[in-house]
Design a protein around this ligand. Structure first.
Ligand code: MF3
Ligand code: CO
Length: 254
């Protein structure tokens, strides 16, 4: 399947899917504190998703066993919630969630501090979030896809951090993963031209240390090879004639 251009009606449904997801993230952020389990965060997220009549899109996706990906410290993405995994002061935790509203997807991730964290981790979280916004500045009709990729990479690397290569952002709509792939590093070439009505999940995964990762034996959890911490930030974005619209972001919420 090729890149889809969304109709005004589809955009309205995706806007609502995103609005709900921003609330899901805000509600999950409120339960984060030392002593909470990663499973409790998953339960809260799923409860809020269902309370809006939505479906958690990750549950059973390619066999993924939960609704929310909860990735702690050196875990990059796809951490599996566990009732025995207790967050402690000084951890950082990345939450990735997706909802389906009336057949349309939104996808977003946030990285949070657990209690007081190190200055370097505060910087990692802030730079990862800002690298997303640097990418978004380039997400405009007439620009090319890899303008987004380059902006993310240049920003993150200017702080000495590294960009994960194995996983990338993606088109999103009736399916969680649509074309095109949206790398967080610049490949050769410019990529396709951006057009109004394209919807993209832009999602930098940024490591404190080296870029290399590997997968744990659970076949899901991705961790940094050097065991240094990693952060993730993602929103579902609409390309327009002018300013991009961030469906899953509300500046007054988490
Ligand atoms: N947010 C992830 C992505 O963009 C999806 C998580 S994979 C799942 O690819 F299996 F957990 F759903
Ligand atoms: Co995604």
């Amino acid at each position: 399947m090729s890149v889809t251009i969304k109709s005004e009606h589809e955009i309205e449904l995706m806007r609502e899917a995103g609005r709900i997801l921003s609330i899901v993230h805000d509600e999950m952020a409120k339960v984060i504190r030392p002593g909470v389990t990663t499973m409790a965060i998953n339960r809260k997220g799923e409860e809020v998703i269902r309370s809006y009549g939505c479906i958690p899109s990750f549950l059973n996706y390619n066999g993924y066993p939960a609704s929310i990906c909860v990735s702690v410290n050196e875990e990059v993405v796809h951490g599996i919630p566990d009732k025995k995994r207790v967050l402690k002061e000084g951890d950082i935790v990345s939450l990735d969630a997706g909802v389906i509203y009336k057949g349309y997807h939104s996808d977003a991730a946030r990285t949070h501090a657990v209690g007081e964290i190190s200055e370097e981790d505060k910087k990692l979280i802030a730079v990862t979030k800002q690298s997303f916004f640097e990418g978004v500045k380039m997400a405009r009709a007439g620009n090319h896809l890899f303008d987004i990729s380059k902006a993310i990479q240049d920003y993150a690397e200017s702080f000495g951090f590294s960009v994960v290569r194995e996983m990338v952002g993606h088109g999103i709509g009736k399916k969680l993963h649509e074309e095109p792939q949206v790398p967080n590093f610049k490949p050769i070439g410019r990529g396709m031209k951006l057009r109004p009505g394209m919807t993209l999940a832009i999602e930098p995964m940024i490591n404190r240390g080296k870029k290399e990762i590997w997968k744990l034996d659970d076949d899901w959890t991705c961790v940094t090879r050097d065991s240094q911490n990693s952060a993730h930030y993602e929103n579902t974005v609409l390309i327009t004639e002018g300013e991009p619209e961030l469906f899953s972001y509300n500046k007054d919420l988490a």
